[in-house]
Write a protein that binds this ligand. Structure first.
Ligand code: GDP
Ligand code: IMO
Ligand code: MG
Length: 434
């Protein structure tokens, strides 16, 4: 048990997801007691590499590998119970026990097989204008939540017969919708109910009033880490709508999706890759649809952790990064995948958007503007040395330090952590460069 005043640290993606949040949460978790996922669902893929092993988490918080930490699936999530059960089983097989240290909010919404079906059918119907979702049913599950017709995890407390009837009713309701709109193959009501009944005891054992639990834990001085999924540019309100996800991947979502009040907020850590990637469709001003983008993809192994899709790659976009840091109230930066930039003669960074004869330094939200901007790129000196063994600021070549100083200065924020490889050990705690 901790002493002193409790506080909540928030870790948020500042770009289009896959910034390395899983790795950052894993190393920050050591200084916290509880790790909470607060939005999204199994569209997330958070990777941790430690002790020669790689783990990819879709629903379970990235703090689970550290013994003694409690992990919470917050009320803001859409949880696929079948995926969650599989994830728990896979972890057990690898010797990681969740026994007594994984809680599921009874207010989290359930994501069921018909949501995935509708996700697929909606994407197909959009033809060339699809979002390029992960196909995990996220949009349809949040649509049910907002329509006030969703099922929440608390239903796992019902006795079996009532539970079964409820599930069957919901499947039939969604089949009618699918049939009317898309003429798609229906989901089997009985099969769905049976599959859910099989995981019901496990799910019921995880249930908790997590909002209350977190309030009490914070009141007793415990330290909470709120783990964001996706990134601000995929946020439903602040991202590049409609090419976004269906949840609040911003600091507001961290509070709403966990029930943690603003009085507990401590640091807001913005996680940024040293370049940019995006999976799926939508604007990406600094994208490199050429061999240099392909080189970044190969060197950074930029393939989706959830779907395996190749990620689109481009230069670091400071216009977008400043926008996301401002909206999230970021207090510290964690820069990841810095090692990937080694070996380039020059490294480019976008500092403005050119539209006609104007240069914008503010991120324009409208798609028509975003689609037409040309990035203004500053060219910084590169470095040939590998950074993967660097463990301190002094281990970095001068040009690499200058690059980081440039980023910190333009962001007007301190860089507190630097990642130079996928492994937990390949992390530098930086004495706040700004
Ligand atoms: P998240 O969704 O934000 O947690 O990020 P992902 O796990 O989807 O993608 C980040 C990928 O980069 C994963 O494969 C990580 O193992 C890897 N990674 C994280 N940090 C670094 C780093 O500093 N250098 C390199 N080369 N890989 C990293
Ligand atoms: P993590 O947490 C990167 C993208 C999808 C698509 C859009 C909508 O690993 O950073 P959705 O399935 O959410 O309806 O898809 O959002 N997307 C992500 N891209 N990382 C993620 O999560 C993502 N989760 C969703 O590719 O463009
Ligand atoms: Mg990811």
């Amino acid at each position: 048990m901790s002493t002193g005043r409790g506080s909540a640290t928030v870790v948020l993606g500042g770009q289009w997801g896959d910034e390395g949040k899983g790795k950052v949460v894993d190393f920050l978790a050591a200084e916290h007691d509880i790790v909470v996922r607060f939005q999204g669902g199994a569209n997330a893929g958070h990777t941790i590499r430690a002790d020669g092993q790689e783990y990819i988490f879709h629903l379970i918080p990235s703090g689970i590998l550290l013994g003694g930490k409690t992990c919470v699936l917050g009320n803001g999530l859409v949880v696929d119970p079948l995926t969650l059960a599989d994830e728990i089983e896979a972890l057990k097989k690898r010797g990681v026990s969740i026994e007594g240290r994984l809680y599921l909010s009874d207010a989290a919404h359930l994501l069921l097989p018909y949501h995935k079906l509708i996700d697929r059918l909606q994407e197909e119907a959009k033809k060339g204008k699809s979002i390029g979702t992960t196909g995990r049913g996220i949009g349809p599950a949040y649509a049910d939540k907002v329509s006030r017709t969703g099922l929440r995890a608390g239903v796992f407390r019902l006795e079996d017969e009532r539970f079964k009837r409820l599930v069957i009713e919901k499947v039939i309701e969604h089949n009618r919708f699918v049939d009317a709109l898309y003429g798609g193959e229906p989901v089997s009501p009985n099969d769905t109910a049976e599959k859910l009944l099989a995981v019901k005891p496990l799910m019921a054992s995880l249930l908790r009033d997590t909002q209350c639990y977190l309030y009490e834990a914070l009141s007793q001085g415990r330290r909470v880490l709120l783990e964001g999924a996706q990134g601000l540019l995929l946020d439903l309100d602040h991202g590049t709508y409609p090419f976004v996800t269906s949840s609040s991947a911003s600091v507001g979502g961290a509070l709403t999706g966990s029930g943690v009040g603003p009085q507990w907020l401590g640091e807001v850590v913005g996680v940024y890759k040293a370049y940019c990637t995006r999976v799926g469709n939508g604007p990406f001003p600094t994208e490199l649809p050429d061999p240099s983008g392909e080189a970044l993809r190969q060197k950074g192994a930029e393939f989706g952790a959830t779907t395996g899709r190749p990620r689109r790659c481009g230069w670091l976009d400071l216009v977008a990064a400043r926008y996301s840091a401002h909206l999230n109230g970021v207090t510290k930066l964690a820069i990841t995948k810095f090692d990937v930039l080694s070996g380039m003669e020059t490294v480019k960074v976008c500092t403005g958007y050119r539209v006609g004869d104007q240069v914008l330094d503010r991120f324009p939200r409208g798609l028509s503007v975003l689609d037409s901007v040309e990035p203004v790129l500053e060219e910084l000196e590169g470095w040939s040395e590998s950074l993967t063994e660097a463990r301190a600021w002094d281990d970095l070549p001068d040009a690499a330090r200058r690059y980081l100083e440039f980023v910190a200065e333009r962001m007007e924020l301190p860089i507190a952590w630097l990642s130079v490889g996928a492994d937990r050990k390949q992390t530098l705690r930086v004495g706040a460069v700004a």
